[in-house]
Every structure is written in C-alpha cells, then in structure tokens.
Design a protein around this ligand. Sequence first.
Ligand code: SAH
Length: 394
Amino acid sequence: MKTITLKKGKAESLKRFHPWIFSGAILKADAEPAEGETVRVTDHEGRFMAVGHYERGSIAVRVLSFTPQDIDDDFWEKRLAEAFRLRQALGLVGEQDNEIFRLVHGEGDGLPGLVIDLYGHTAVMQAHSVGMHYCRKALAKALVRVTDGFVRNVYYKSETTLPYKAGIEPETGFLCGEHGDEVAAEYGLKFHIDWLRGQKTGFFVDQRENRRLLEHYAKGRRVLNMFCYTGGFSVYAMRGGAALVHSVDSSAKAMDLTRENIALNFPGDTRHEGFAEDAFRFLGHIRPDDTYDLIVLDPPAFAKHKDAVRNAIKGYTRLNAIAFEKIAPGGLLFTFSCSQAISKEQFRLAVFTAAAQSGRRVRILHQLHQPADHPINIYHPEGEYLKGLVLSVE
Ligand code: SAH
C-alpha cells in the first residue's frame, strides 16, 4: 500500500476523525498513487493516521478507517452489516407499508463516496468516488451476503456521479440479479421507481418524514407542490384530503413521473393537475385571487460549492418572497434547502429576509431535516445537508 505523508500541522482534523484529506494538506507520496487506489496516510513524522481511497481533486483522500487495516471483503461486510443493523433498529427493514429507505449514506455510515438506496428488494448503488467505483462488485456481493437475502438485486448507477473521472466510462446495470422492483411502497403509498432514467437513485428518499408531516396538514387545503420531481409531496397531499393539488416541475419527464404516481394511487382523481413549467414563471402567473393554502418549495441545491453561497442565499430569498405573496391567510409554507454549502442559519436568514419583504406575520411551526436513515457522522458536519421550515403565514 502506498503511503501519503501530510504536512506538519495538517493531521489535526484526522485526530478529530474528519474523513476528508484535502490535497493542500499533502506533503509527499512515496509513489504517486493511481486514482481510486487505497492508500495509507501518516503525519509528517511518519505516524499512522488513516487508510482511505485516493483521488485527484480537492478531496484527495476519503478515509475508510482510522486504524490500520486491509480494505477487503471482510471490511466491506462489516461496514455494510453495521449500516443494515442501524436500519433494522430504525424499524425500516421488512415493513410491508414502507419498502423505501437509504441503506448507506456515505460518511454517515463510514463509507465515504458510497450511497445505496433500497426499493423493495432492489438496491440502487451510486459511487461518488473512483475508489468506490472500483470496489462496486465486491460491495454488491457483500451487500447480498450481509442482508441474508433481503437484498436480491443490486443496480449500479454511476453515470451522473462520476463524470470525466479517471477515464471511467459511465456505467449502469445490474451487478446482482437482473430485474428490480418497479413499484415500491412508502408509508403505504405506491411509487414507480425509475432508477434507469431518474435523478439520483430514482427517488428522493430523504423527504419521507417531511412528506408524511405534510399529509397531516393537507386536509381541505389548496396545495401547490413546486419542484415536484416524482410528485412525492403531491401524493401525500392527496391522501391527506387536499381540496386540490397542483404539481410543478420544469422537467417534462418529471411531470410524467408525477402523473404516473398520482394515477397509481388515485386513479381518475381530478383534484390533481400537473404543470411542466419553470417555477418562477409559474409563480409569476398566479393571479391574486388564485392563492394557495399550502405551498411546498423543494428546489434543487442552489449552491453546489462554497463560492456559490452568496448567490444561492439571494435565490432562496427571491423564491420564498414570491411564495409568501401567493399564500392565503392562515396558509402554510413548507420550504427546503438541500444545499450542503448553506447552513441552517443561512437558510433561515434567507427565509427571514423574504418574510420581512412580504410584511406578513410568519411563525415557525417545525424545523425539518434529513431522516435517521441519512445519519450525520458527528465528525463530518458537512453531512448535514437537508433543512426545512414549516411556516404559518397570516
Ligand atoms: N420534491 C421532490 C424533489 C425535488 S428535486 C421530491 O420530494 O421528490 C428538484 C426538482 O426541481 C427536479 O425535479 C428538477 O427537475 C426541478 N427543477 C429544477 N429547476 C427548476 C425550475 N427552475 N423550475 C421548476 N422546476 C425545476
């Protein structure tokens, strides 16, 4: 195993178990590692610090272990078994009415660069690092073994997560099994899972609990679900007894997925209508007497990097300010940010600014976050990405 030596003073974050080593912290390597290779990391005096996957780029090493060990089949089995046990403890495994959950959440499960979502007995796996890509087959086999047959199919999808890296060709396809569950239940609602063409692993698993909260408030309300993607919030609003549900997404494909999911659960129900349109355009058209009683804003990450933060905050303010104008008195706003680079405080400040611009009386009813199957490694605060507020607007 090749050794990477850190500059003096650059091992401090590793002593606090932070799982990333930035390229600027590296003093030298005894031989240039290939991308995806497992390397040993020492401090400037040669003391062992960590083992991890090497990659060229700002994050040079993703740490797999802080104690010396081989990264082999046993290692993967142990980590995957731990991840599976946590989901069992959360009551997520083997439930009839809920078959969708996240089984591996990168750093949160001690497996940086790896995401695995479960849909019924099908796992959809994504590598965000070259190292995990090279280990994909071993990981898939280990997954089937440690879940005792609960996972039957493993579908691998790296085409969007590993672009232009290390000459890797986009790869999608089954590593185990040959076809997967195409419909899976989330709290008793059915969803078509389109992992072949869909974004991420096919579905936004992280909003499960927040969707259920929305259902609780939907009764009799006119609901607008902006950035609806597969229509998750819309389907829950329908079950919650909404008077009408409007779903909006700029992607025509997303609108098709939303309509399919509505039809799967509420065939022929005319309360739902979908609009393939830009969010700002749609909001701009709403007439003063066509307001909504409940609006969901769940946009894509406005800030993908730290340098985009200022503009992103402005974007959140602008979007929320328009929403405040379109909500009827006594209405609710479910507003989210999934930008990792934006903190809870920054997001709240953006929404505060929007509320102040509207001049309305606004109260925070709930502060929302990612669910427990998206755990946050306490040493890796960057893992806290989803934040939301439920606001009552007078
Ligand atoms: N709320 C969804 C996830 C939203 S993902 C869920 O619970 O599953 C963000 C969505 O925003 C994507 O589907 C994307 O197509 C859509 N989107 C991106 N930019 C947009 C824009 N300007 N107007 C409307 N939709 C947009």
